[in-house]
Design a binder for this molecule. Structure first.
Ligand SMILES: NC(=O)c1ccc[n+]([C@@H]2O[C@H](COP(=O)([O-])OP(=O)(O)OC[C@H]3O[C@@H](n4cnc5c(N)ncnc54)[C@H](OP(=O)(O)O)[C@@H]3O)[C@@H](O)[C@H]2O)c1
Length: 319
């Protein structure tokens, strides 16, 4: 048993107010567990929703938030050598200096993957890859449309499309992003306010909701699929009857937590191998805007909730 620093929430509410730095007791690892020191963990929109009490999966209270991160094994156990970097499992509660994880749920990180990218790999790059693979069979040169093109998921979509030979059209809500996304491989970038060109796209990815989603779906080819995976505008979807009747547009949803729950071990292993290859070779990279120590959690949360960021906000968990 030892004491470690952790962010603890005892109630839901305004994120910067309810998240407190505490000392918590860490028991010795149980049978099948490994002690892990946490290096870095991101603050994702879903974490903010967890703190607000608006996310379907959240820790029991009091509890430690944080759904992903990278750590390092502290003592050799269950096939993991001391010093091995690992991706942390979904329910670990990553905003802590150290914790115990089931060995079976840890994923060893190859040496060529930087800490920052490893910390952010399990949620957003996985979401982008699954959505591009699992709804529509894309062929060479096929278009993929998306909103929130500059989000972490959106950037992964752009970079993966370029890598696999698909074309991407992104909409964004800030003019200064038009050139920036072109630099990472976007084929077209437009402001999210106008009618979109009809280019025969079979797949659209929606992280915003409201009118933005309606515009994406309206530009799809007949029989196309729009996948909703986020609701940043907090506006309900508006689905015109004609899109279903005359255009046969399929409105689907994606949740990476469900994907992980349902995936067989071989499918997870194949996905991690592919993501490590993409991220390790620099094909996919997620920018980081700032890294805060756990002690500055309130500032970190306020920063993460701001519009117009140029990248993710991460927490440095173990000092
Ligand atoms: N379903 C799943 O399994 C799954 C998995 C991963 C992520 N997600 C969801 O995907 C979304 C993006 O996540 P992320 O981590 O990639 O985001 P992120 O990197 O934190 O970026 C947030 C994005 O949302 C935009 N945005 C913020 N407020 C908005 C508003 N009111 N209206 C329109 N756009 C707004 C931002 O635009 P500006 O830069 O202009 O502020 C930015 O493009 C989130 O909703 C997240 O919960 C879902």
């Amino acid at each position: 048993m030892k004491n470690v620093s952790a962010i603890v929430i005892s109630e839901h509410g305004e994120p910067a107010t309810v998240a407190k730095l505490c000392d918590i007791e860490l028991p010795d690892p149980a049978e099948g567990e490994v002690r892990v020191r946490v290096l870095l963990a991101p603050i994702n929109p879903a974490d903010i929703n967890v703190l607000e009490g608006k996310y379907p999966i959240r820790p029991e209270l009091p509890g430690v938030p944080g759904v992903e991160g990278v750590g390092v094994v502290e003592e050799s156990a269950h096939g993991f050598e001391k010093g091995t970097r690992v991706l942390l499992p979904h329910r670990f509660g990553t905003w802590r200096a150290a914790g115990n994880a089931k060995a079976a749920e840890l994923v060893a990180v190859p040496a060529h993957v930087p800490d920052e990218q490893a910390a952010m790999l399990r949620i957003n790059p996985a979401t982008a890859l699954c959505m591009l693979r699992e709804f529509v069979k894309l062929g060479p040169g096929d278009w993929v449309f998306q909103n929130a093109g500059n989000s972490a998921v959106g950037r992964c979509v752009v970079q993966m499309c370029r890598h696999y030979g698909w074309k991407s059209l992104s909409v964004v809500r800030r003019e200064e992003l038009l050139g920036e996304l072109g630099d990472i491989g976007a084929d077209a970038v437009l402001l999210d306010s106008t009618e979109l060109p009809r280019l025969g796209a079979k797949l659209a990815l929606n992280a915003v909701g409201g009118d933005s989603a309606t515009r994406l779906a309206a530009a799809l080819a007949n029989g196309g699929t729009i996948v909703t995976y986020g609701a940043m505008a907090r506006q309900p979807l508006r689905i015109p009857n004609g899109q279903l009747i005359f255009n046969d547009i399929a409105w689907r949803g994606f949740w990476v937590s469900r994907w992980y729950q349902n995936a067989i071990p071989e499918a997870r292993a194949a996905m991690f191998a592919e993501l490590f290859r993409l991220v390790g070779s620099g094909v996919v990279a997620t920018p980081v805007e700032a890294i805060y120590p756990l002690a500055e959690i309130a500032r970190a949360l306020e920063h993460a909730a701001k519009s117009g960021r140029a990248g993710k906000v991460l927490l440095r968990c173990a000092e």
